[in-house]
Design a protein around this ligand. Structure first.
Ligand code: PLP
Length: 486
């Protein structure tokens, strides 16, 4: 299987060649030359597989240059009940992404698929844990090393650290804004004692951290010498690892392949739901893909109007579902490439405007950039938006009706899912985090703390290991060089 760039000006590459990277050299995102298909006969066999072996079956269609025996070992090492242990009471950790069917007194059903049972209690662990093992495997083969350098305001950074801790050939340098993360998130990251993990608390805000990452990455000589890489949400292996749980969700919610399901996905950078789009393109019988946004409604605006408009910093809101606070959706280009019939030249023209903080209009109205918005329905996409008041009301309502506490992002999903439920088609809402991570809003909604999984009770009192630094780029480079020895 070869991979091409959505902007059409980079050479085709294999899975292993794009594994450790991010953007293609032409600024586009990688996609397979064509989507592999999943047959009904395969689905019948897959119904009986463990999550790890299902992951192997899906991944081997994409990672064709990794020997099958190695790939199977990697998926079996990753998807274990021990890694994904933080299940709700009564759920079976061995299922990895168990479904929780909630039924109210009027018989209305709501299905949650738990994706947040991994070490950092958010769905990013589903892909990141595999990435850690894939990276270690690939680096060992090339006798190479990699220094991951990034900035985080919470979820992504901790998922990356828990995936890469203790991995040979890998170090992680993660910047976060000093004293700006929640006590829980800070403790989760800073309590890691692994010598290959470096937490750097920057005296500034998240944007200062990001600016430092950009400044260091723009020094190409330094970047090459220090073997600097990233693990952001556009990484292809992360997207493909997420395809697996859509297949599992489908198989778990149906008894035969003539049934359909729909998914609602709390969305920010479009990484999660992009995997749903790919699963649908591969032939999984998915009826509708519902993108649920918070106040940062870039995606909802597109799926309602055909207009894609990047937000300015002043129009990007800090919300109580913070992992969806985005000004543009970095994986969206992958879907638009398919929507435009894989016309890389047009994608390049439209997304160059996105890169310079503009946008485009596919509504088909006079003066617009195209009329492909009319085709969005054929890809199953619809959307909706949920704001703070909806979130709080949904957390309360779900707790009252079903006795289950959901996190703020999942609450956004449930709010929107309820508008799109159809009789006879199970609506699966992806649960993207556990409520303990966003306790402030749980307190607001329910007047008490969220329950914490075993082992997290006293996380704030564990010893912390981190470095406080100013926004001096040269000092940052010196810190990295001192610890890599390169
Ligand atoms: C990252 C994240 C999201 C958004 O996922 P995207 O892939 O960026 O659309 C939603 N919920 C939680 C809890 C997350 O961590």
């Amino acid at each position: 299987m070869q991979y091409v760039s959505t902007r059409g000006q980079s050479p085709a590459q294999s899975f292993s060649q794009i594994l450790l990277g991010g953007l293609a050299p032409d600024g586009g995102l990688y996609l397979p030359v064509e989507y592999p298909k999943i047959s009904g006969a395969e689905l019948d066999v897959w119904r009986k597989l463990s999550y790890a072996d299902l992951a192997f079956e899906v991944l081997k269609k994409f990672a064709t240059d990794i020997p099958e025996a190695d790939l199977r070992e990697l998926t079996r090492k990753t998807y274990t009940a021990d890694v994904y242990r933080n299940v709700r009471q009564g759920e079976d950790a061995a299922q990895i992404t168990p479904l929780c069917t909630l039924e109210d007194k009027d018989g209305r059903k709501l299905v949650l698929q738990a994706l947040s049972n991994g070490p950092t209690l958010a769905f990013k662990d589903m892909a990141m844990q595999l990435l850690g093992n894939l990276f270690e495997y690939a680096l060992a083969k090339q006798n190479a090393e990699l220094n991951i350098f990034g900035a985080t305001s919470g979820d992504t950074g901790s998922a990356a650290e828990y995936a890469m801790r203790g991995k040979k050939g890998i170090r992680v340098f993660m910047l976060s804004p000093h004293k700006k993360m929640s006590a829980f998130q800070t403790a989760q990251m800073f309590s890691l004692q692994d010598p290959n993990i470096f937490n750097i608390a920057v005296e500034g805000v998240f944007d200062d951290c990001q600016d430092m990452v950009k400044a260091v990455s723009n020094d190409l000589e330094f970047k090459a010498r220090q073997k600097i890489g990233t693990v952001n949400s556009i990484n292809w292996a992360r997207v493909v690892a997420q395809v697996v749980y859509y297949v599992r969700g489908y198989l778990s919610a149906t008894a035969s392949n003539d049934q359909k399901v729909s998914f609602t996905v709390p969305s920010g950078n479009f990484g999660n739901i992009c995997a749903g789009h790919i699963a649908r393109m591969m032939g999984i019988p998915i009826d509708t893909l519902v993108a649920a946004t918070n106040e940062n409604d870039v995606l909802d605006e597109f799926f309602r109007t055909g207009v894609y408009r990047v937000r300015k910093a002043s129009e990007t809101y800090h919300t109580t579902s913070p992992s969806m606070d985005i000004s543009k959706a970095s994986n969206f280009e992958r879907f638009v490439y398919d929507l435009l019939g894989r016309d890389a030249e047009r994608v390049r023209a439209l997304f160059k405007r996105v890169d310079s903080h503009g946008g485009f209009d596919l509504s088909g109205k006079p003066g617009s950039d195209g009329d492909e918005f009319a085709k969005v329905g054929a890809y199953g996409f619809v959307s909706g938006k949920s704001v703070h008041a909806d979130r709080v009301a949904t957390i309360r309502d779900v707790h009252a009706q079903y006795g289950v506490t959901v996190d703020t992002h999942t609450a956004d999903g449930i709010k929107v899912a309820r508008d799109y439920a159809k009789p006879g088609i199970p609506m699966i809402v992806l649960e993207t985090a556990l409520p303990a991570k966003f306790n402030e809003t749980i307190r607001e909604a329910l007047g008490r703390d969220a329950e914490r999984p075993a082992g997290f009770e006293n996380i704030e009192s564990l010893p912390q290991r981190y470095e406080v630094m100013g926004t001096d780029v040269e000092k940052m480079k010196a810190f990295i060089a001192r610890h890599t020895g390169l």
